[in-house]
Design a protein around this ligand. Sequence first.
Ligand SMILES: Cc1cc2nc3c(=O)[nH]c(=O)nc-3n(C[C@H](O)[C@H](O)[C@H](O)COP(=O)(O)OP(=O)(O)OC[C@H]3O[C@@H](n4cnc5c(N)ncnc54)[C@H](O)[C@@H]3O)c2cc1C
Length: 451
Amino acid sequence: MLSTETPPALTGDIVTPDHAEWDIARRAWNLAVDQRPALVAFPADAADVQSLIEYAIRTGLKVAPQGTGHNAAALGALDDTILLSTQRMRGVEIDPEARTARVQAGTLWLEVTEAATPHGLFPLSGSSPDVGVVGYTLGGGLSWLARRHGLAANAVTAIELVTPDAQLVRATADVHPDLFWALRGGGGNFGVVTAMEFELFPYGEVFAGMLLWPYERHAEVLHAWHALTETAPEELTTALRIMHFPPLPELPPFLSGRSVVVIDGAYAGSADEGAAAIAALRALEPEMDTFAPSSPAVLSRIHMDPEEPIPYRGDGAVLGTLDAAALDAFSAANQPGTPVLFGELRHVGGAVGRVPAGGGAAGCIRGGYLLFSVGLAMSPEMADGVAAGQAALNTAMAPWTIDKEYLNFVEHAVDPATLYDDDDYARLRAIRAAVDPAGRMVGNHPIPAAA
Ligand SMILES: Cc1cc2nc3c(=O)[nH]c(=O)nc-3n(C[C@H](O)[C@H](O)[C@H](O)COP(=O)(O)OP(=O)(O)OC[C@H]3O[C@@H](n4cnc5c(N)ncnc54)[C@H](O)[C@@H]3O)c2cc1C
């Protein structure tokens, strides 16, 4: 039911299906996702967001906030829904004295790390420079400093949002504490975030980079990495990927057409301590070794994540402890010929596994490792092939999978109960019932209101 009421005049823009720019406006960062909302709105500020929610209240439309569309694949059908893109709401302010950052809703991580670099202050940013700060953080936020400082959601100090009844509010630990807790994990279910403030960590530089070996070395590298993770200090956060690249001119020669095993990550401390922490890996004489003292902006790029929209399929799971059989299963499911571009293991635990005092609804990740895989999906047939490869990988790792998932790494619809601890899920449902009884908000992982 698309209302006949004219959409409100905004400082930003509204694009309707009859508009020449419609196909560009409705596009997500993940180009494999075909978003077909009732209309797309590009608010310029919080007042625009309020006008849009008032319009939704009058017309019965729903509202799906979106920063970049990195996690668009999890959103369901968007009929009768305003896709509210925050991409025009940009801006970063760094307070070097207070060691905090304030961002507008559509800010990307690279914009924060570049602004923070002159101050030597590190945000808890993730592996991709162009993931949205708000979407990432509301889903938990696993950074290269995570085992030392926990999930990014717990470093948030204030969130400004327009609620489903169109009120602009500021939520902190002291004001609207339930909302402040629920947003940090419940994401787009509770309102449209317009600005967010969070802590920065004064390292100056951290010791970070990437080690690369030819695929033929993957078994010894995988076992050495796993042994390292079993005793690694919390300052060290690393990931291992087995990657199979097609021959593509856009890729650097050391990757194009090759299969490789890559370990990357960071040590939250000095270069000497960091070098000692990864000595067992360097002893395996990698073909490439970029570990060096790194600024926040450099840290944003060590994972070589794509910085332009791509069509892809991502899938993940949370694993408990791993043994030799688990490593063999991971190897066997990631051989050359797989339709999956890479299978990845990220080491979690440490502070990632603890909910700090005052933590949010996505307070921690239960488990020792995250499994994630990505495949290119240039066509529906390619997407089907990737899905089959990912299903085979997930099945191979099923004996080590725990029954909870990490929200940011879930790119399809799941039972939301699997994303939270049981008590937290019940509390989220109660808060949803209080804040959004009409079910106006459409999050990527919808939390049903308590009956
Ligand atoms: C290449 C790549 C690398 C990644 N690396 C990491 C990583 O290192 N660590 C990690 O934790 N995750 C990582 N992710 C996952 C990523 O954090 C999630 O996909 C996240 O949801 C992306 O946020 P976004 O705003 O960019 O995406 P979007 O799809 O725009 O947003 C995701 C959801 O967040 C909510 N949301 C966004 N903006 C608002 C708002 N203003 N108000 C209310 N709700 C909002 C909505 O529910 C929305 O559906 C990665 C993903 C990719 C594709």
